[in-house]
Design a protein. Structure first.
Length: 339
């Protein structure tokens, strides 16, 4: 990797960059190539030789024949029945009225084109990636759900305007209560106040139908809360959806904060949105107002059942099993922000 520190995990970024490199160089190998074994072997050996010329020390002891044997005897038999024309598969599914859910694995600001370049990953993590990656026409995207924590986190380096640096009391609380540690690396995630300019920008890029706010309960013990509501550069307030195009400029923005009272109570057992404390409801409503997108549901704890979409269809105000602690706001549409 270059000296520039990527926003995603360095190990994953390295793998992803190599994958995208072979893809753009037109010498990458796809699953469908396995169906023509002799052709696959030729492509594989050719790619290995290309990579050995670029990384001679790393691949000095690489045994390509052993690897090919694994592909032929172990991998291919297990996946051969799953290799298909996925563009056609999804086209038929959509035409048959089936629901197709595409989930983004990385944050919008790590998008290779629209993110905080070069502190990004190596693929499109925004809604456009659904179209280019799966071959689904844009007009078929009926809903675009933005999932956002009640505060902001970032993995790796890169500008983070609302960051509460390690050692900051509140930042450390967000990290510990929210268990903000990298699954693979064990590294502490960087934490900070909710960043509305960032959400507005990602809404401009993705066109959210609704927003889901998760981990609202992480804020339970905070007496006073802050929301970053605007960026300023040289005393000029950036407009809705405006995001500095360079890391240098983004790192220099001044954040305008709005302070809200905390609720200082445990909301993890709330059964419905109306069960939440008044100040928690006000926090959610303020996010709706600032972003101009309705919040569809709110997560109030780490239980997997809180993300059970089927539970959302139950009537609001009715009691649900205690293990399902998802809370929903009403269907009132937030007033659109016109920037």
């Amino acid at each position: 990797l270059s000296p520039v520190c990527l926003g995603s995990l360095r190990r994953a970024a390295s793998i992803n960059a190599e994958y995208m490199g072979t893809k753009m160089n037109r010498n990458g190998i796809r699953f469908g190539d396995l169906l023509q074994w002799d052709t696959f072997v030729q492509k594989y050996k050719s790619l290995v030789q290309t990579l050995k010329s670029s990384y001679p020390k790393t691949l000095e002891d690489y045994d390509e024949e052993k690897e090919l044997a694994l592909y032929k005897e172990k991998y291919y038999p297990r996946i051969k029945d799953m290799i298909t024309d996925t563009v056609l598969l999804l086209y038929k599914a959509i035409n048959e009225g089936k629901r197709v859910l595409a989930e983004g694995a990385n944050a919008a600001m790590l998008d290779i084109d629209c993110g905080t370049y070069p502190a990004v990953t190596s693929s499109n993590t925004t809604c456009g990636g659904v179209c280019t990656g799966l071959g689904i026409p844009p007009h078929k995207l009926e809903a675009r759900v933005g999932v956002v924590k009640a505060y902001t986190t970032r993995v790796g380096n890169g500008p983070f305007p609302t960051e509460l640096l390690e050692g900051d009391e509140i930042g450390d609380i967000l990290c510990s209560v929210g268990h903000e540690v990298g699954t693979t690396t064990g590294r502490r995630r960087r934490c900070g106040w909710l960043d509305i300019p960032l959400l507005r920008y990602t809404n401009v890029v993705n066109g959210y139908s609704t927003i889901n706010i998760t981990e609202l309960d992480v804020l339970n013990t905070l007496k006073n809360l802050k929301i970053g509501i605007a960026y300023k550069i040289n005393d000029k307030t950036l407009e809705y959806g405006e995001m500095p195009s360079s890391l240098e400029t983004l790192s220099e923005v001044q954040v305008v904060y709005e302070e809200l009272p905390g609720w200082l109570s445990d909301i993890s057992e709330c059964q419905t949105f109306s069960d939440l404390p008044e100040h928690a409801i006000s926090y959610v409503r303020r996010v709706e107002e600032l972003v101009g997108v309705r919040v569809a549901w709110v997560g109030v704890g780490p239980d997997r059942n809180q993300n059970d979409l089927s539970a959302r269809n139950k009537a609001r105000g009715t009691k649900k099993e205690k293990s399902n602690r998802t809370a929903w706001p009403s269907s009132e549409t937030a007033k659109a922000h016109r920037g």
